[in-house]
Design a protein around this ligand. Structure first.
Ligand SMILES: [Zn+2]
Length: 380
């Protein structure tokens, strides 16, 4: 199984790189415009229609194919969004961003990129990037105005897990429950505070000029996202380390939009929803998933229905009590609501993976609660 990871660094863009990025941005917008005008959806038909019209660009043909391929993805997402909301804005690339899987080379601590035929530019890679990609195949390069990122791949054997870690993400923490009965909580309140401060800053921007506003919020946004990412990296690293040590798979909730998040745990007030940021939920899952897959650990997504309200012992609907506790009217079990949710996610993932898929030791190590609720879920 081929798995991917990426690593990034800052770089000082030369005028040549800036030129290439701008050419790419314009080609991408040309392809988007052509795709919209001609109602073209597939990569093949967009290539046939758009490639000739990019002949005016004096860049290596690799980039023309990459622009067409990137435009296809953007158009596909746009059509999907438009089906849900007919008023969604037509796509247009404002920021320069180039991704290519062809033509580049990584050699002697440098990234070499073609510009035109037989013309290359070189960007030195820092120690961290060099050490990270050492021994792996670099599959693609992404450049923005001041960052470069390299996606590299590894061939791994997927592990037969001895059990699972169920992960429940909340506004202020992430809670895990494992097949061997342990429970952990990682504090993420700093990430939430970061987001809140950022939202305040943005709402206080008084300048009316849309372009200035966009740029300011863009720069702030990047900084805040970097900070939240760092906090999440800490948690995701520890979680995957535990999974690796125990040879456990990962199970998480499938999040298909912010509205699902609103609905879960409807005892939270409005202010809570306002502060909620779907981005950081998705980011944590993304980090855990790629780190786990890199180690050959299976990752399973389960439907979030009922995970926060169902009793993880008997499957009955629970009643909220004070201090984030839930009590089950049927079996009397009282538990922290995050722990209960993590256990439900664990059970759902374990069942989804299939009992036969687990190594036999997991059956012995499974706590009674998991066995019982697995039974009650099968029965219902
Ligand atoms: Zn119960």
């Amino acid at each position: 199984m081929r798995v991917f990871k990426s690593v990034w660094q800052r770089y000082a863009p030369t005028s040549e790189i800036a030129w290439l990025l701008e050419q790419f941005r314009q080609m991408l917008n040309d392809c988007i415009r052509i795709g919209l005008a001609e109602d073209v959806t597939s990569l093949k038909s967009l290539s046939l229609t758009a490639y000739r019209q990019l002949s005016g660009y004096d860049v290596a043909s690799y980039y023309k194919f990459c622009a067409i391929s990137a435009a296809t993805g953007i158009l596909r997402n746009y059509r999907k969004a438009k089906r849900k909301n007919p008023h969604v804005r037509e796509p247009y690339a404002r920021r320069p961003r180039l991704t290519t899987c062809y033509g580049f080379k990584v050699r002697n601590g440098e990234l070499s990129l073609p510009i035109r035929a037989r013309e290359h530019l070189r960007i030195p890679l820092n120690q961290h990037v060099q050490a990270t990609i050492n021994g792996f195949a670099v599959r693609s390069v992404t450049l923005t105005e001041d960052r470069l990122s390299l996606a590299h791949s590894n061939e791994v054997q997927q592990l037969r897990p001895r059990g699972f870690i169920g992960i429940d993400r909340n506004l202020d923490n992430v809670t895990t429950a494992t097949s061997d009965g342990s429970v952990k909580r990682f504090d993420l309140s700093e990430a939430t505070r970061t987001k809140t401060t950022y939202q305040k800053v943005r709402s206080h921007l008084k300048r009316n000029d849309v372009r200035i506003r966009r740029e300011i919020s863009g720069k702030y946004g990047q900084k805040q996202r970097d900070k939240v990412k760092q906090i999440l990296h800490h948690a995701s690293k520890l979680i995957v380390e535990e999974a690796k040590a125990k040879q456990y798979g990962i199970t998480m909730e499938k999040l298909t939009g912010i509205r699902k998040l609103y609905r879960r745990g409807n005892w939270q007030g409005r202010w809570y929803r306002g502060r909620m940021n779907s981005w950081s939920y998705a980011e944590l899952q993304r980090q855990i998933e790629y780190k786990a897959r890199w180690e050959g650990l299976p990752v399973i997504y389960v439907h979030p229905h009922g995970t926060s309200s169902r009793c993880s012992i008997c499957g009955e609907r629970m009643k909220p009590e004070e201090n984030r506790t839930l009590r089950c009217p049927s079996c009397g079990y009282a538990v922290d609501r995050d722990v209960n949710a993590a256990r439900n996610i664990l059970v759902a993932g374990t069942l989804r993976f299939g009992v036969v898929g687990l190594a036999s030791e997991a059956m012995v190590a499974e706590p009674a609660s998991v066995r019982q609720s697995a039974k009650s879920m099968r029965g219902s």
